[in-house]
Write a protein that binds this ligand. Sequence first.
Ligand code: DAH
Length: 418
Amino acid sequence: MKLLPIFAATAALASSAHAWAPSSSAPSRPFARLSMASVTEGVDYAVPERYCTDHPNNNVPPHIAALVGRGLHTKADHPIGIVRAQIEEYFNSLPEEYKIFDAEDPIVTTKQCFDDLRLEPDHPGRSPSDTYYITDDTLLRTHTSAHQSMHLKDGYDAFLCAGDVYRRDEIDSSHYPAFHQLEAVKLFDKADMEGADGLTGEDWTKSPECETIAADLKQVLEGLMDHLFGETEKKWSEDYFPFTEPSFELEIKYQGEWLEVLGCGVVHEEVLDMAGRGDRRGWAFGLGLERLAMILFEIPDIRLFWTEDERFSSQFEEGKITKFEPYSKFPPVFKDIAFWVPEGFVENDFFEMARGVAGDLVEKIDMIDEFTNPKTNKSSKCYRITYRSMDRSLTNEEIDALQDSLRDKSAELDLEVR
Ligand code: DAH
């Protein structure tokens, strides 16, 4: 299944070679001057019991709960932390002061994640097939936008917030159920927006004030891309997010290909209203840190960010973008599994089960065949699972054992293995 449009700025990407070019567009300030703010001070997020509960609608499996609290975005010598620091360095060079958050609770409410951002009650992003629920109204954040309202309510006018986000999704080299995003919001001075006082809908979006905000947003983000990638070709297109109007996506030219790097827009007046900031106007954006890190460091598989293998971690140093040297190319093992699917079959449930059984040894799952028996009207699907370890060779016996337990577990999802 493809990503939903509201969740455009994710980790998805293919990797390849890139020459890191240091930017001249933003003078750097020492990291020591960054102000860090943790919201739930003193709470240890790395406690799986916070996420796997016995609530009947809890759908967080242990292998996901185990990832929460790793804090890759706060590690100064991890590619995710290095990219985050480069982004903060750029924002620290701008005239406005951006408050920096990096330790909000990954558990948010449905109100924070969806309602406050104008996601309709029947929006597919709310579905338990896409989202990890702790209880009926609390969940693992699916995007860092979930923190916008809280910080706006608390009175911040310009802030960045970075964190780990969680989505049930397909499995391949650029999709992982946990990844990292960085969000930013900037409100404009009231005095500069007076001409647009009280305007809503098209009256607002067509106003010169709204155009000023959109132009500033684009300029800031183009500067950010130059800071990260050196001078690059960029392309803006219109997009849709329920929380911004107008909305845009930014693509950059990378090795001859256009790559989508972020989603952004002018914050919808209703979002500001709901946060008690209806007297202000501003912009917001959200980007996927894995996507940027995969390009900058040439990291070919998203699972690598989570590995604790020394051969990975020892390659990176605070403040430096270096090309990743693959330390292994172990051969893949392919296994197919075919089953009759029950009505209401949710593909993500199957993907999740495979990860539950084989963890990060699952590199990719592709559906390779599908048909419906015209007599019985039953549908069959066949999936090819690519098993490959980042760290070692796999034996046939261990993969056979994993595939056997996958077959056994399939019964739990009412899948009738053929
Ligand atoms: N939350 C969006 C996503 O996950 C990204 C995004 C788009 C964030 C537009 C924003 C924004 O702040 O204005 O795909």
